[in-house]
Design a protein around this ligand. Structure first.
Ligand SMILES: NC(=O)c1ccc[n+]([C@@H]2O[C@H](COP(=O)([O-])OP(=O)(O)OC[C@H]3O[C@@H](n4cnc5c(N)ncnc54)[C@H](O)[C@@H]3O)[C@@H](O)[C@H]2O)c1
Length: 424
């Protein structure tokens, strides 16, 4: 087996902890190709705590740094890093890691704006290092199964997809920065997963029309543990209320390059009954996808009257097969369901992302979600906002080229990605 890739975690907040859990998951199995040698965070407490946690999980304490450049100078033979800093810093931190010579697994969204994504992609091209975007939802075996059903023609040709989520009321979602336009509002932070799933199932989006709203301008602290309980240790630092500036709901109509359509609602301020579904319609039937990280079964309904929501669904996806690492983590090559709790599922999906980047480092392959895919996902989210700003549907090409940027411009100015407009 090739030598393990010497790895760092940069950003030791909630997602840094989850990436450590991913590395520990890899270390427990037969496919470990990564060795954690360093952790880095501007906040020394977060970095020290994660190093302690790593010692408990991996049996070895990584070196601790508060500066990435110093980390690269001093941590011998470092080759790759997880970039798990908050989104508003990705265009600086992920780009710096690549420029420092590290292959980089950058958490989604690739950056806070399309121009921010351009910065990271340019750094990857300049440095010749591999950039992978940690888009975990598509790696869920149930999403792999839906994609295989579509590719194998189980419901005929792709026609229409409905991706809908309504929940959240006025509850603070994990961290205050997720509620600010200038640091990464919910509709981007969580919405980008939807953009990726839409394009993973149906191919590239060509254009979109949308509306976005800020329904809940004051968010209230309630669930302080966050997904999987990973944020509980910071609960005391959260204010009881947070004034929000970023939109918390978006409503879109998407046209895909293949002519299919998508109706996309991502509403994080919904009251009453929480509602979510992902329905895919083709020319011969439909698929009810179970969503992400829950392992529930896919339901297939065909025009011939058949309805399948058990192992029989596999007959309709003859080419469905997880790669060997995913198969070892999820208990087989062709799972049609799985029974794992959130934390276990989460760390397995992250382990897959980490294993893939390390395999690319050793084998020279391109990762599945590279910079171009990550940027396209961010562009699809912003297409909804930009179309609202100009009052017409926009093409993804226009958004990617920065030709429509009225919504993002304020963020780009704030980040220093474009000069500030002169004030009268
Ligand atoms: N894929 C998923 O399911 C998923 C889930 C949660 C978060 N995320 C993503 O992960 C990223 C991190 O989110 P989080 O919830 O962990 O945020 P967080 O605020 O909990 O943690 C961010 C950490 O980064 C550190 N940091 C900031 N700038 C830094 C720098 N220049 N150098 C080193 N450290 C720096 C902060 O001090 C903090 O410890 C975000 O981009 C978020 O969108 C992805």
């Amino acid at each position: 087996m090739a030598e393990r890739v010497r790895w760092a975690i940069v950003g030791c907040g909630g997602m840094g902890r989850r990436h450590l859990a991913g590395l520990a998951e890899l270390a427990r199995g037969d496919h470990n190709n990564v060795e954690l040698v360093a952790v880095c965070d501007l906040d020394p407490r977060n970095a020290e705590d994660l190093a302690d946690e790593a010692r408990g999980l991996l049996g070895r304490r990584p070196a601790v740094f508060t500066d990435a450049a110093r980390m690269v100078r001093e941590a011998e033979g470092l080759e790759a890093a997880d970039c798990t800093t908050d989104t508003a810093s990705h265009h600086r931190v992920a780009a710096a890691l690549l420029d420092l010579g590290l292959h980089t697994l950058c958490e989604k969204p690739l950056a806070l704006t399309v121009r921010g994504c351009d910065r990271v992609v340019a750094a990857a091209e300049r440095s010749g290092k591999i950039l992978s975007v940690a888009e975990n939802f598509r790696r869920d075996p149930m999403n792999r199964l839906v994609r295989a059903l579509l590719d194998d023609g189980a419901i005929g040709d792709r026609q229409f997809i409905m991706e809908t989520g309504v929940r959240g009321r006025d509850t603070l979602f994990i961290t205050p920065w997720r509620h600010q336009k200038l640091s990464g509002q919910l509709t981007l932070d969580a919405g980008v997963h939807g953009a990726d799933i839409l394009q993973y199932y149906f191919g590239d989006a060509a254009s979109a029309y949308g509306q976005a709203r800020l329904f809940e301008p004051m968010r209230v602290r309630r669930d302080t543990a966050g997904p999987g309980g990973f944020y509980e240790k910071w609960a005391d630092t959260l204010p009881p209320t947070v004034a929000a500036t970023g939109e918390d709901a978006m409503f879109g109509l998407v046209t895909f390059a293949n002519g299919a359509l998508g109706q996309w609602t991502d509403h994080y301020a919904g009251h009453g009954e929480a509602f979510g579904h992902r329905m895919v319609f083709g020319t011969r039937g439909s698929i009810a996808a179970p969503g992400d990280r829950n392992g529930r079964a896919v339901r297939l309904v065909l025009d011939d009257g058949s309805e399948v929501s058990d192992a029989g669904v596999l007959e309709h996806a003859p080419r469905y097969r997880l790669d060997p690492v995913a198969a070892s983590l999820f208990g087989g090559e062709r799972p049609w369901t799985y029974g794992l709790d959130f934390a276990a599922t989460d760390r397995k999906l992250i382990a897959l992302e980490q294993h893939e980047l390390a395999a690319c480092v050793r084998g020279g392959a391109r990762p599945e979600v590279d910079g171009a895919v990550g940027r396209r996902d961010v562009a699809l989210v912003y297409a909804l906002f930009e179309s609202q700003a100009v009052g017409r549907p926009v093409t993804i090409a226009e958004v990617e080229a920065g030709e429509v940027d009225a919504y993002q411009r304020e963020i780009d100015e704030h980040l220093g990605l474009v000069p500030r407009a002169a004030t009268a």
